[in-house]
Design a protein around this ligand. Structure first.
Ligand code: CMX
Length: 440
């Protein structure tokens, strides 16, 4: 296949066959019991969703079609493989893997980058909508609202109105998804320009650059190979974290009503904006700033330990630590740490050093609590330090960067859900009275 759409069209019939075989053999096979604890405990552990892109293992962390982050770093075409400045894997390569299950060639990725560049500019009505937002409106609210507004031109919506057949739903869903992935950097950059005055918000998109090369340019960091490469890694590894997390699950749920990809992903962004999910990367920086103000930049291990204990005692969470599924340090945290250690200009930055220092002390302190199931750092513990070190000090923009990334996983799932004919989601809920009666 020379294009991603051709590769997806080839992958779909094989998936349909495999799902048909599973249904034929196992429609009534149990995947586990449902306990009251599951119902009251945020549905932890219940296997209730089909999600093709990635699977999260509590011990080993995320695997994208079976490939760990280190595997992806070795195998996926990188900036270097495409002759660009930098060496990190490209989010386009991750997108191809997530959608097809295959590692693309450098030429396939180059073609995808060119396609994304050709679709990257915003329609002027969306620019006007973004420009009308008050600067004080949180960038995530602006991001979600602008993303929803892009559905004005949805191919899926238009095709549905014309009566497209169910078997063909996936094709305009794919077209909208690529269109949205192409435009998210421009939406984000315009918000950054309006709120923080950096970059020029003009969407000068170079057809010979990759998605993140252009994103970095639009944000005003294009001259920094380090920042551009950091953003590539950041956006590749934040792309997908199986289906149950709030943002991914939201896009799946909203998409199941046949809301188009723009509406579904806008809803996902609103979930990502919560402090226990994506906003944690902003919260981490707020927490670090508070700590630096309180105990200084050269704090000792003992001072940090005490600060962590005080945070817990005050009833707040330590942002960037813990996870609903993971029970080991997050390999995404490790990948960012590896980048910091290998990058001389970052290694000695005070905040980067502090992130590494805290990551050794916090697991000990959090581990003493008998209720916290995972005391280790998650990806959000590390991600803001790199952005800060490269000059992006505006913390309320960090979750927007995460939001540019999460589309790489959430949107392919929508394409697959349509290709596999998955139905509208409609789980059963229970009232206390109904539970009392059925559990008597
Ligand atoms: N600091 C303090 N307390 C924590 C904690 C942390 N980092 N992590 C968990 N706990 C607490 C929970 O709040 C819960 O307390 P209560 O019983 O009083 O409500 C208890 O420990 C048990 O929680 P858990 O089963 O270990 O974790 P959950 O699955 O309920 O929650 C998560 C997972 C991520 C929301 C939680 O660890 C947390 O709030 N972490 C800090 C926020 C954060 O970093 N979120 C980002 C996660 C990654 C992402 O989505 O981007």
């Amino acid at each position: 296949a020379s294009t991603l759409k051709e590769a997806v069209a080839e992958a779909i019939p094989k998936k349909q066959e495999r799902l048909k075989a599973l249904k034929a053999k196992h429609s009534n096979t149990s995947l586990g019991d449902i306990k009251l604890d599951n119902l009251l405990g945020g549905m932890r552990g219940l296997k209730v969703m089909l999600w093709e892109g990635s699977v999260l293992d509590a011990e080993r962390g995320i695997a994208f079609h079976g490939k760990s982050i280190p595997d992806c770093e070795k195998e996926l075409p990188s900036a270097k493989d495409l002759g660009l400045k930098g060496k990190e894997m490209l989010p386009e390569s991750m997108l191809w893997l997530l959608l097809t299950g295959e590692v693309p060639t450098a030429d396939q990725v180059r073609g995808l980058s060119a396609e994304l560049a050709s679709k990257g500019k915003l329609p002027s009505y969306v620019e006007k909508i973004i420009d009308s937002f008050p600067k004080t409106l949180h960038p995530m609210t602006q991001f979600a609202a602008a993303t929803a507004a892009l559905n004005h031109d949805s191919a899926f919506s238009a095709a549905y109105t014309k009566g497209i057949k169910k078997a063909e739903y996936w094709s305009p869903t794919f077209d909208d998804s690529i269109d949205l992935i192409a435009k998210l950097p421009a939406v984000a950059a315009r918000i950054y320009y309006n709120v923080h005055g950096k970059g020029d918000g003009k969407q000068a998109i170079d057809p010979n650059l990759d998605l993140i090369g252009n994103f970095s340019n639009m944000l005003g960091y294009g001259d920094s190979v380090g920042m551009t490469d950091f953003l590539r890694l950041y956006i590749a590894i934040h792309g997908d974290h199986e289906g149950g997390n709030v943002s991914a699950h939201t896009s799946h749920l909203v998409g199941s009503a046949l809301s188009d990809p723009f509406l579904s992903y806008s809803a996902a962004l609103l979930g990502l904006a919560g402090p226990l999910h994506g906003l944690a990367n902003q919260e981490v920086l707020v927490w670090f700033k508070g700590m630096q103000e309180s105990i200084g930049q050269e704090a000792s291990d003992q001072q940090i330990e005490k600060y962590l204990e005080d945070t817990l005692a005050s009833g707040r969470v330590v942002p960037g630590y813990g996870h609903a599924v993971l029970r080991q340090p997050d390999p995404r945290f490790s990948a960012l740490s590896r980048f910091y250690e290998q990058t001389p200009e970052l290694r000695d930055q005070p905040l980067v050093k502090m992130v590494q220092q805290v990551s050794k002390i916090a697991p000990v302190v959090l581990g003493r609590s008998n209720k916290i199931k995972n005391p280790f750092p998650n990806v959000d513990a590390a991600s803001g330090a790199g952005l800060t070190a490269y000059g992006m000090t505006e913390m309320n923009f960090y979750t927007v960067v995460f939001g540019v990334s999460r589309a790489l996983g959430a949107l392919p799932n929508l394409v697959m859900a349509r290709a596999l004919g998955l139905p509208i989601e409609r789980p059963k809920s229970m009232s206390i009275e109904a539970l009392e009666k059925s559990l008597k």
